[in-house]
Design a protein around this ligand. Sequence first.
Ligand code: SF4
Length: 553
Amino acid sequence: MASPTRETPAKSRPRQKRGEGQWALGYREPLNPNERSKKDDNPLNARARIENIYARGGFDSIDPGDLRGRFRWFGLYTQRKEGIDGGRTATLEPEELDARYFMMRVRLDGGMLTTQQLAVLAEISQTHARGTADITDRQNIQYHWIRIEDVPTIWQKLENAGMTTMEACGDSPRVILGSPVAGIAADEIIDGTPAIEEIKRRYIGDPQYANLPRKFKTAVSGQADVAHEIHDVAFVGVNHPEHGPGFDVWVGGGLSTNPMIGQRLGAWVPRDEVPDVWEGVISVFRDYGYRRLRSRARIKFLVKDWGAAKFREVLEEKYLKRPLLDGPAPEVPPAPIDHVGVHRQVDGKFYVGAAPVAGRVNGETLLAVAKAAERAGSARVRLTPQQKLVVLDVPESEVPGLETELAELGLHTKPSPWRRSVMACTGLEFCKLAIVETKARALALVTDLEKRLADVQGDLENPVSVHLNGCPNSCARIQTADIGLKGQIVTDADGRQVEGFQVHLGGGLGLDAGFGRKLRGHKVVADELVDYVERVVRAYLDGREPGERFAQW
Ligand code: SF4
């Protein structure tokens, strides 16, 4: 034992850097309970237990490790118990917040649906989900009130129609966003659909990619309509001066508490190589991603530390075993693309985009949309990353009739700027993490703003986007909205603790790519939200220079 006098004083001893839990550096032992749970049993094995044990034994038969962890790999979360206010969210144990029902997410890669599939989704909603069926901003359908006893039957119905909940949530490769108008849009550079389908066919449900450090979000689109800047990996259509249409690769974007814009690798990839490159990127993440802390586990932290050049080097040398071709950056669209309205397709038919409020629809509406689309000669519907839906392939003569039918369902093809630009996450109604209510509040906000701001509606060349989150997570992408609203408990004028929002102003994607500023003290009580938004919008319209967008103002 060394003499105390000869020891280096603790103050001047170089501090040993703790590892980040990267598998590639030898950290194979789990460093937190989530990692332990995934190592104990591959989450994909939970399906057999749902089918063979839990669906028969009911809610009380479910192993807690499956209930609060592995079920997510099949799109299942317990939903929030009714009647617990948001102020108590952080004070209760998870089981105290549990209803004995589930939220179920159906992954719809690229938002692609046939009208027959839409009818199946509608039937499941009406039979098993009390009519619920929200369109999420990741092109999924989300049900509520699902009983564990019904899950195998629902899976069977989905799978018979070519749909799945596999890896809809969890530390896995989740739904792949794609352009809702892939293959038919006049301004698309390349159709990303074959790449999306091939990634899904090869890798979704593969145990090799089912234990990632954290969730992994992908976007593939021939045009900039899928929020590619905030994905773990994104492939965006670009014309290479020598090789023609292909994809520009972005990595390391993401929102939540440490939002980051993705970085370009500067590489051009032809469409048939997209699945290989995707596999390389997800493998880098699996092997080098930080598994010690959940809060640092997304790929964005690795990309931030390494930088795009080192990431590309590791990807090429260790995983692809070949260099990628350099390529140009994609063009930035002059305004956000949401596909609402009536647009001519390359084949002369039309696509018709319609806006519900903040993605809130139901089984009855979805069935009616499927029938209306078929009556108009269409067999294809798409969900969008803006919580909208689009009917494809409509002959010109059928467009007016379809627009009328959709409007009768509350799905407007010429919506007000507010109906068009308000988005909201699930919120307090069903989400166990929520602090405030969002969906009903979004509806009230749209209705009130349509009345109060009717006089200036025509002055808004680009709608001012308003996104509502029920908690500090960012399921509704608040940092990329003109007015982003992060749910929290705030103090009202009488000193009471009430539901409210921290405001973020001036975020955007595309031309305005950047995160909204969190203004110190800019908090709004939920009951005064419409007053606040009205004030901000009027101040913008009064104070802007000609042509100045909200994010520039
Ligand atoms: Fe739930 Fe928060 Fe996500 Fe909203 S942002 S759905 S409240 S986790």
